[in-house]
Structures are given as structure tokens and as C-alpha cells.
Design a protein around this ligand. Sequence first.
Ligand SMILES: Cc1ncc(COP(=O)(O)O)c(C=O)c1O
Length: 279
Amino acid sequence: MTQLVAGHLNIQQDTIPELNPSYRLLLGPGPCNVDPRILRIASAPQLGHIDPEFFAILEETTQMLRWLFQTKNEMTLCVSGSGFSGAEAVLCNLLEEGDTIIVGSLGFFSGMIVDISQRAGAHVVNLETELGAPLEADVLEQAFRDHPGTKIFATAIAETSTGLLQPLEELERITHAHGALFVVDAVCGLGGVPMNVDEMKIDACYAGSQKSLGALPGLAPVTLNEQAVQVIKNRKKPVQSYYLDLQSLHRYWNGDHSYHHTACSNIVYGLREAVRIGM
Ligand SMILES: Cc1ncc(COP(=O)(O)O)c(C=O)c1O
């Protein structure tokens, strides 16, 4: 960095010590302790976001993510951001003003799907469960009957705030019987509980790099199947968010690699290493 010409707020560099963060055993609902192999590769030389060598890494990482999600989905990539950036991307691309979404709110994190969807202009049917209790199939069935034309049902496979593992099989069957998309938050679940996106017939799924995957925070793996992609392609209006536009992000990760934003190569190396270690 060039020496900044300080104005009236002058701070002498030698008054600021080098950082020496404490070691913490991270076992809470935040990030986890990162394997030294991940930290090592994350400090490898940075590649520019439009370097062909980095494009090859993005494509290879996508293949590894497909393995991780157990999916053949073409639209598989990472959003540059934490888990909620994946949630916003999936929901804001699929939802349009006035659409109805039914949300299985199992606790704090899946409960945020309600807020995100409302901000996207959707009509939200909030099926809130008792803390620690799963969403029962008959409750979802009734909600679909009460709200015909619902576009999406969304919930989490693993609700971090209570430790709940939500059974999804019946919820998927009911969702598809009513012609809606089945969206799953796997921020905590991916890499931690058995997940097979194709077999579980999940239409759109988002995750986070820093939980069960054990990588650094800052990437949200997402995957959407062809039905979900068609919903995005058939939108009446463009996605309101430039940054979270999944079609542009998909082009950047796996298409013509046209510039969309400055992705950080080092955290991608780290995620790739985390997946590689887990293979
Ligand atoms: C199930 C679940 N969903 C969403 C999130 C939000 O992820 P982030 O804090 O990475 O944005 C979390 C974070 O703990 C989570 O556990």
C-alpha cells in the first residue's frame, strides 16, 4: 500500500502493533476452526479474478461442488458472501413481487427466510414450529390447500439454532404435488448430514463454506436444477439485485467467464481444499 497522505487524522504506524488474534475453540453456531491445510493454501499467491488459471480453478471447484451436493445441476456455483448471501441469491432470483412462499420456520436461521422473502416482495405463509420440533407433513399439506398457487416451499435441512435435523422426504412430496419449488437451506447441513440434492428432488439449495465444510467464511455454494433455472429465465422483471443475479454469476463461474465482480481467489482455494480433504 502506498503511504497515505494523512490529513488531520494522523495515526503513526508504529503505534499500531501487528495483529495476534487469540486461539478460540469454535464450537458454536458460527464458523469453525480451520484445518491448517486450508489456511496454508489460502495464503498462496492471489490470482486475479479474470485470470484463465483462476477460471480453471472455478470450473474444477464447481465439479467438486456438484459431487458435494450430489447433483448434475448445471447451475452450481458460489456466491461471494456468507450463507445468507446464498439465501438472498436463491430467493430473490426465484421470487417476484406478489408471489407466495410457504416457509418452514424451524428456528432463527430458517426463520430468516421469512424476512428475506418479505423484502423481496413475496407474500409469506410462515409455518413456525415449536423450538426443536420438526415441521409435520400435514401442516404443510394444509398450508398448500389454503394457499393455492404457492410458488415455493423453503425450509432448512439442519436448523443450527436448535440442532434440529428436519426430515424432508414428505415435505418434498407434498411440495411437488402442489406444483411448487422445493428450496432447502443447507448452510449448516452440507457436508454434515447426508445430502443428495438430485435424489432428494431439491430444486434449489444454498450452503455456507464455514460450517460443516470447515472452510473460511465468505462463500455460499448454491445449486439450482433446470426447473428452478427456467423460473428465473421466465421472470417478468430482471432480478432486482445486480450482485446476486444468478445467471450472471453462473456465466462468470462456468460460462464465458465474463466479469461480474472481483471474486477472491484465496477463499476459493480454501473451499476447494476443504472439499478435497473431505472426499
Ligand atoms: C441454517 C443456517 N442458515 C443460514 C445461516 C446464515 O449463514 P451466515 O451467517 O453464513 O450468513 C446460518 C448461520 O449460522 C445457519 O446455520
